[in-house]
Write a protein that binds this ligand. Sequence first.
Ligand SMILES: [Zn+2]
Length: 504
Amino acid sequence: MKKGLFFMFLFMITFVITDLESKPVYADEVIIQVEDLNVRSGPGTNHSRIGQVHKGETYTISKKQGDWIKINWNGKTGWVAEWLTKVNKKETTSSSSYYSKYDYLRIRSAPGLSGSVKGYLMKNARVESQEKNGKWLLIKHGDIKGWVHGDYLAESNDGDSSEEQTDENHQGTPSEVRGEIRVNTSTLNVRSQNSTKGKILTQVRKGQVYEYIDEKDRWYQIKWGNGKTGWVAGWLVEKVDQRKPAPDQSTATYVSLSYNNTNLRSGPSTNNKIVGKGSKGDQFDVIDKEGNWYKIKYNTKEAYVAGWIVEEHTKSNQQKNKDSNSLQGRTIMIDPGHGGYDSGALGRSGSYESLLTLDTAFLVKERLERAGAEVLMTRTENTYVSLSVRSYYSNSSNADAFISLHYNSAPLSISATGINSYYYHAKDQNLALSLQSSLIASTGLRDRGIKKGNFHVIRENTKPAILLELGFLSDAREEQTVKGSTYQNQVSEGITQGLIHYFK
Ligand SMILES: [Zn+2]
């Protein structure tokens, strides 16, 4: 909401992202050794502070100059003081090799679901990655450079494959892979035997996924490097759920469209006739899946839609909702803040508030509709809608509640975090309270409480109206959190449960 500071912030950001594309020249990583370490725009304390990193976090090094290290950080680069870090020499090559476990794996422009889709990886396509951001990996595939969710990639042990084969020959029978584990702690020792007495062979990092070939006394024997094996403590890893549906497998019971103007066709290929069009967020029940196409119910007929331009929703998702009719008969107006040339706050890694609020709004809409509500939106595209038009929509509708969605920013206090809910009219305090508490319960973010806020869309509103600030884009870590699909789903759940509670 704080537009005054926006341009100063924009200036700071453009400063940082100018060498977004620079590749790490060092294979080494740096581990932060102090609680909060300033990231600066250049190699020295005289350069402006552009963010903070925290103890135990690991970043790849792109450059060194004097006592300063340039790190790759949230898709950007910045400088940190070397003496407050520990440089970790990597034993292996500078990049790790992966392959896609699924067809049509989305490559996005940014590490998160809000990144636009730039292309796809087909099953077994091999890619290299030198940079990670949470679970997302920066990869290059042909001419496309972008981010892929690490859960859908498998680490490839190719490296020096002749060595691997020799090893296996010596062992006689190749060991059978029994599953995969994901490292759950920032640094994890791989040992020569299944106890802490075993010699440390190497270290693996948080988020990395390895195949394991044996399991003994809560230890897993994993494959790493060139066909080598070693043991890791089972309580510091999580098993990767093999049954978890791939983004393009056919467990979906309904799909929602990711884009406006989506073609619906008479058959499962782009050669088939277009029988209709759908808009972003439209939902269709799935009858069947043929290849990468969904056969869907369309009006009273059937149609096909390409699997890579929809979001799939599974049965288990649906069954979670025991409250299927709790909002029956209620009309909720959702107001995605900002839009068009008014982009709202700008996140530290470049996310726009205006786009994020729209993404959130569609998810909230979908969730509320599953609870039986009718949902109206003040905008459904990235267009500018004035504040008076928004309150006019609300006042002339039959809405039972009006909820304005925003993300916060505090460029001069970059560590500000959390959620708050604003009301203007005293009668709306209960609505704010109800949503605030269920949002905190569902997301676990810091509780900034409810406040009276003099905002046009709620002040000029005759319906019960509140404005939600759903987290700070100016805090690097919180920005990553709020962009993630987990958080977005938690917000949708929180708003829905809050409304159910309010109407009770
Ligand atoms: Zn805003």
